[in-house]
Design a protein around this ligand. Sequence first.
Ligand SMILES: [Zn+2]
Length: 229
Amino acid sequence: MNTDIQDIYNRLLSSHYYERLFSDLGNLKKEGRELITQCPFCESDRFSISTTKPLWKCWSCGESGDYLDYLQNKERKDFSEALIELAEIAGIEVNFDSDYQKSYQKKKIKLSLFEEAQTLFINSLTPDSPQSNYLIHTRKYGEEIKLMQLGAYPSTHKFENYLLQKGFSEEEIRDSGLLNSKLKGRISIPYPNQSGVISGFSFSPEVFKYLGLFSSLIVLKLKPEITPD
Ligand SMILES: [Zn+2]
């Protein structure tokens, strides 16, 4: 069985491995859920490290990636060296064959496609769209729309063009499982995995099952804030 990189990342995140991985960049300044320090690629001070996802990004030169990318780009390790190092630190035995790198790359592309798709879906749920109208007036949803990051699926044509423009190939778009004319006009809800990365979507009518459950949770959560004493 292949080791899932996500298991490794989850363990590394919970042990604050990023503090160690990026320690040679100098002082790591905490800003919300991020750590800010000097970029090892362009030396600007806009290098941002997530403390909730295994991700980093420089807002100045645009370099970005996950821990595996960092070990490869900055420390010049090859893919398997980097993976073995991370797995060892996480205390997870790696068990990968030559296809591992390929399937890892494929999965990574799929996840970045999901992130882009999510941006498109959110932008497609405009305040004057029939979907917004339905959510707000028929279903009486308010806060949930933002909190659950609801979106709307445009046409497959729009979906495909948008992702082609973002640099994905026709094959990658097909492999995402999202190029489906039945999804047109449906309301979308993303599923984050344990690291907060979108690992899938659900579309209406299924969305409402989760929304029902979620709104009762929100009501409980929001109550102290909306009833100040
Ligand atoms: Zn940079």
